[in-house]
Design a protein around this ligand. Structure first.
Ligand code: NAP
Length: 282
């Protein structure tokens, strides 16, 4: 029987545990707080829990599901306990710095990113079937053992995810556009609205806010620690996309200042069509 190890029993780690236990795997979980370990057992996300990484000495495949900043230190502490054949994988939303740091220390590492989430965090919000029909990106490099990649792919398929393979750098470029930039843009929208200094206008705007505002502000109202990690660990790509975004905003400002309504409408015509094409090719 394959033993699965999970370090970091939060939303993502707990949800992986719930699915894999349901599929008949034995799941061993390690987290930082005893209370979290007990909750994870009570929710059925894991079979056994410990605060000690030594629990994972019998694990065949280990998912590192801690916040990004804790991944590399966790791995360094974990290595002395690992069996020589253990396969490591992670779930971080940034791949290049993680793969670059871990692969030389543990070549049997397959970078991964299951692209499902929620605004809330923690084991309490872990959910069975969270990854169903969602992308699961794997970022093996040329030295990653093929057999290990296939084993992690099999698990991603069992989670009913759609598996994609790509290079870690390209992964980080793509998620900068579709995940990290939207968080910063959405957060900027919320901050700009909060700057309204007329209390009557502010209150009225609050009452009138409907689905359009809810949609565009949703990701800016998510987990702040996750947003910070995206920017910190994918700094260059996030800055690149933000500079480009700032350019676009400046162009809209220019059109409106110069009352160039034709140009503005043409831009919006292009975006209407481009949005359709971008999402249709998905
Ligand atoms: P989360 O709900 O906050 O869970 C992380 C858990 O890790 C916490 O519950 C914490 O449990 C535990 N932890 C923290 N430091 C630890 C350490 N040093 N050793 C062991 N356990 C530790 O966060 P999450 O949303 O699941 O995110 C986890 C990872 O998934 C991140 O790397 C993130 O990039 C990635 N990810 C997140 C999403 C998303 O939308 N949320 C989507 C895809 C990927 P304790 O209570 O024991 O401290």
């Amino acid at each position: 029987m394959t033993n699965i190890g999970i370090v970091g029993l939060g939303l993502i780690g707990g949800s992986i545990g719930l699915d894999l236990r349901t599929l008949g795997y034995r799941v061993l979980g390690v987290s930082r707080r005893e209370e979290t370990c007990q909750k994870a057992i009570a929710l059925g996300a894991i079979d056994e829990a410990s605060l000690e990484l030594s629990l994972l000495s019998v694990a065949d495949i280990i998912f590192i599901c801690t916040p990004i900043a804790a991944i590399i230190p966790t791995l360094e502490q974990l290595i002395p306990f690992l069996s020589t054949t253990a396969i490591l994988t992670d779930v971080a939303s940034v791949k290049e710095p993680i793969v670059e740091a871990i692969s030389p220390i543990w070549p049997n590492f397959v970078g991964g990113h299951p692209m499902a989430g929620k605004a809330e965090s923690g084991i309490e919000v872990a959910q069975l079937g969270l990854f169903r029909d969602r992308p699961y990106v794997l970022t093996p490099i040329k030295n990653t053992p093929l057999e290990s990649v296939q084993k992690v792919e099999t698990i991603a398929n069992l989670l009913k995810s759609q598996v994609y393979f790509c290079d870690p750098h390209e992964h980080d470029g793509a998620v900068a556009w579709i995940s990290h930039l939207p968080v910063m843009v959405s957060a900027s929208l919320i901050m700009a609205c909060m700057n309204e200094n007329n209390p009557n206008v502010f209150k009225l705007a609050q009452h009138l806010a409907s689905s359009g505002f809810r949609d565009t502000s949703r990701v800016g109202g998510g987990n702040p620690k996750l947003g910070r990690m995206m920017a910190q660990y994918n700094r260059r790509q996030v800055l690149r996309s933000l500079y480009s975004f700032r350019d676009q905003v400046d162009q809209f400002i220019q059109d409106i200042e110069q009352e160039d309504w034709q140009n503005l409408e043409q831009k919006l015509r292009d975006t209407q069509e481009n949005r359709r094409l971008f999402l249709q090719d998905n």
